[in-house]
Design a protein around this ligand. Structure first.
Ligand code: BGC
Length: 783
């Protein structure tokens, strides 16, 4: 499928300059224009990486929601990730999508990075291996990927303008390395980042895009800009970015045509961009009426989402309480136990058609009692559905209606079928809400613009909310909230109607607002007291502690690593009441665990995707082993982390630490984190028996010394930086010994010094259960 069969040059020769240039800017938010004269269909793109959102930003267009990338990486299982990729290709095909805007290959340089959950790891080798498996899986299904954001978009603060100052060695050995790996694995696309590197914004970075990516690495795919990242005509067109997204307006179009006619941009450059778009189209079956092969045997997405969530779940400590035996009564505590936080915020958002909360998953196994405990949410949750969205024209006529699962209304780029964007003037949400409890309920409106909210025909809120902040993604993804209190009686039904003037901008739909709701709640002290009582009355307490969308999201970085709200206090109080307390950490990235010594077990589920609760029950009750190993070092306190800065100074963030990022940085600083890269417990024990090195392959024997079947991640560290150089997943029955052979890549023994230099001589190879838990060593000789 990788071979291009059509004569692309012949097709290009049939296009005039305006047609060529039209192809290089989006026809809208998510697609490139069709050119029927050469048999080219509309090329449709969609965000990932955990699903395929499609052309609508809406629950009306559901997608599978797999666990977030940190959880995928935590599986250390390239076969499983490849399968996830293939499933995503099938989702993409189902939704008419040709290009999945994923995976995110930026690194966990600082634990404060706001999009940590969407990246894979702090380690470039691991990011490259898991990233390549993802790319291969998706593309095996005939759908393209765009590994992103090339390069050094490792934090969010001032991401449109920040200049990352980084040396060649750090760029080559760390930040470029995963991109190189996926390009060599055959990625069909790539996305250039918003930020600049060493003074040049990435969409114009000819040295890295034309020179390194397309030149040195021989990338023959299509370079798509991040959304609105192309801000110039000639520098971007000459800089190597092939396609400026979104459109139809943008800095290319007529201006690029004029630049070509004036000789400032050679037409051959435009032709090369067009050739890459056509090659991409050919690969995904959008050119010449030659659809790609079917995307493999249909994969059961629900089952795979559940398997991945269990495999990625990382058990940090366990005093023996887990797996749970029998059917203990469970106190299931936390807001996230009931409203699972299954994904991080931002463009990574998709809309699954079902979510299994921890509470529901555990209730299917045993008797559970729920307590809220502590509510860290700053914003109200969307009103539970059913909610109806009505699309109105200027005279108030309903153009169309659409059912929504909640009060969250979002259409970005495309409106629902049957809604004429030119006639649309307002969107109205209607819901008949029956109050479960009587008292002071809260309603809220989240969004930018004018809002009128009525309850039983009476106006309770009439506001015009101004645009705050410069990042449009933030205005869209985490806009301000206005609240109003409304008294309701238990069992009564109330007609809620929220009207918001909305429409299209430059031909692109932009509708985004939320009707929020909260039931009357007890005071914060009373919530904790109630959770303590519940924990005391049950055999085991399971506290689900989570970050919130205000903490982990695209568009901004974190300001600390503490769990938001009073969750730390809640956990200590619950653990004091019941020593059999399991804390489930529902976060995409590390959080501080000040109560670590007080609890029986800590299980990190990351953002576990739609099957969250089912997988949690599998793991807690031992039907599945917690398969995860940390893809990133977990600090005990933010203050200990060797690299933290994400705040530009005079517009720059300097990567002064060079190649010392992640566990090598902790080693160099001689500091111990709470848990090292690679750490994670299963339900059995292992002995590392022997190691034999031959050439650059290492064979290791391990034995399952426990009483349950188990799965072990054998990790190999080597080379001048003592970095991860290979890994393998093995399974064994109790008492069984298994052998695994890991092949170490040449790159493991190289350093960048104005070119790759192999460090010749005798190298120690370390094998173990984490970057700091080394069980066996051997030597290899590199010449
Ligand atoms: C994000 C990209 C995303 C794009 C389209 C940007 O703001 O940085 O990762 O693919 O939006 O949603």
């Amino acid at each position: 499928m990788n071979t291009v069969l059509v004569d692309l040059d012949e097709l290009i020769a049939r296009l005039d300059l305006p047609a060529k240039i039209r192809l290089l800017t989006g026809a809208g938010m998510w697609s490139l224009p069709p050119l029927p004269e050469i048999g080219l269909d509309r090329l449709v793109m969609s965000d990932g990486p955990i699903g395929v959102r499609g052309e609508q930003w809406s629950a009306a267009d559901p997608s599978i929601a797999l666990p977030s990338p940190t959880a995928l990486a935590a599986t250390w299982d390239v076969e499983l990730v490849r399968r996830a990729g293939l499933l995503l290709a099938q989702e993409a095909r189902r939704k008419g999508v040709h290009v999945l805007l994923a995976p995110t290959l930026n690194l966990h340089r600082s634990p404060l990075g706001g999009r940590h959950f969407e990246c894979l790891s702090e380690d470039p080798y691991m990011t490259g291996e898991i990233g390549a498996a993802y790319v291969e899986g998706v593309q095996e299904g005939g759908v393209a990927t765009t590994p992103k954001h090339f390069v050094a978009n490792d934090f969010e603060t001032d991401r449109f303008t920040v200049d990352v100052v980084a040396g060649d060695q750090a760029l080559r050995e760390l930040y470029l390395a995963p991109f190189e790996r996926v390009v060599r694995a055959g990625a069909w696309g790539l996305m250039t980042a918003y930020n600049a590197v060493n003074g040049t914004t990435m969409t114009e970075h000819s040295e890295l895009v034309n020179g390194v990516l397309k030149g040195e690495w021989g990338f023959d795919g299509c370079v798509v800009s991040d959304w609105t990242a192309v801000r110039s005509t000639e520098p971007a067109a000459l800089g190597g970015t092939d396609v400026a997204m979104p459109g139809p307006s943008g800095p290319w179009g007529g201006r690029l045509e004029a630049a070509v006619r004036a000789g400032r941009v050679p037409e051959a450059v435009v032709d090369d961009h067009v050739r890459r778009v056509l090659r991409l189209a050919e690969r995904v079956g959008a050119l010449g009426g030659r659809p790609p092969e079917p995307a493999g045997e249909p994969i059961d997405g629900v089952a795979l989402a559940r398997e991945l969530a269990a495999r990625g779940s990382t058990l940090l400590v366990n005093d023996g309480l887990l797996p749970l035996r029998g059917t203990p009564t469970l106190a299931v505590i936390g807001v996230a136990a009931r409203e699972a936080r299954v994904m991080g915020g931002g463009s990574a958002q998709v809309f699954p058609d079902r979510v299994v909360s921890p509470l529901r998953g555990l209730a299917e196994r045993t008797e559970v009692r729920h307590a809220l405990g502590a509510d860290p949410r700053i914003r109200l949750s969307p009103l539970p559905g059913p909610v109806t969205a009505q699309f109105l024209d200027g005279s108030g006529t309903v153009l169309n209606e659409q059912p929504l699962a909640t009060g969250e209304a979002r259409w970005l780029g495309e409106l629902p079928p049957g809604v004429d964007g030119d006639r649309l003037r307002a969107v109205r949400l209607r819901a008949a809400y029956t109050a479960r409890t009587g008292g002071g309920h809260e309603l809220s409106v989240r969004g930018v613009g004018a809002f009128t909210l009525t309850v039983n025909g009476e106006t309770v809120l009439d506001e015009n909310v101004g645009l705050e902040g410069a990042d449009p993604a933030v205005a869209f993804l985490s806009p301000p909230e206005t609240r109003v209190g409304v008294a309701m009686a238990a069992g009564e039904t109330y007609e809620l109607v929220l009207t918001h003037p909305a429409g299209t901008f430059g031909g692109v739909a932009f509708v985004s607002f939320t009707l929020g709701h909260a039931e009357p709640a007890a005071g914060a002290d009373e919530l904790i007291a109630e959770a303590v009582r519940t924990a005391r009355e049950c055999d085991v307490a399971v506290v689900v502690a989570a970050t919130t969308p205000e903490v982990e999201s695209e568009g901004f970085d974190r300001t600390g690593l503490r769990l938001p709200g009073r969750q730390d206090e809640l956990i200590s109080a619950v653990a004091a009441a019941n020593p059999r307390t399991v804390v489930v950490v529902n976060a995409g990235a590390p959080v501080e665990l000040p109560w670590l010594a007080e609890v029986a077990a800590v299980l990190v589920t990351w953002f576990p995707g739609q099957e969250a609760g089912a997988a949690l029950a599998d793991v807690l009750f031992g039907d599945a082993e917690p398969g995860g190993r940390l893809p990133t070092t977990w600090p005990a306190r933010l203050a200990d982390a060797p690299v933290t800065d994400v705040t530009p100074v005079d517009g720059k963030v300097s990567y002064d630490e060079g190649v010392f990022v992640g566990y090598p940085a902790w080693r160099r600083a001689e500091r111990a984190p709470a848990f090292w890269f690679g750490h994670g417990l299963g339900y059995t024990t292992w002995s590392y028996d022997s190691i034999a090195a031959e050439g650059t392959s290492v064979t290791v024997a391990v034995t399952n010394t426990g009483s349950r079947p188990g799965r072990e991640v054998v990790q190999v560290y080597a080379g001048p930086r003592r970095r991860l150089a290979g890994f393998d997943v093995v399974t064994a029955e109790p008492g069984q010994t298994v052998l695994t052979t890991v092949f170490l890549p040449d790159r493991a023994f190289q350093m960048w010094e104005d070119g790759w230099r192999t460090v010749e001589g005798v190298h120690t190879v370390e094998v173990g259960r984490s970057a700091a838990d080394i069980r066996l060593t051997a030597t290899v000789t590199i010449s």
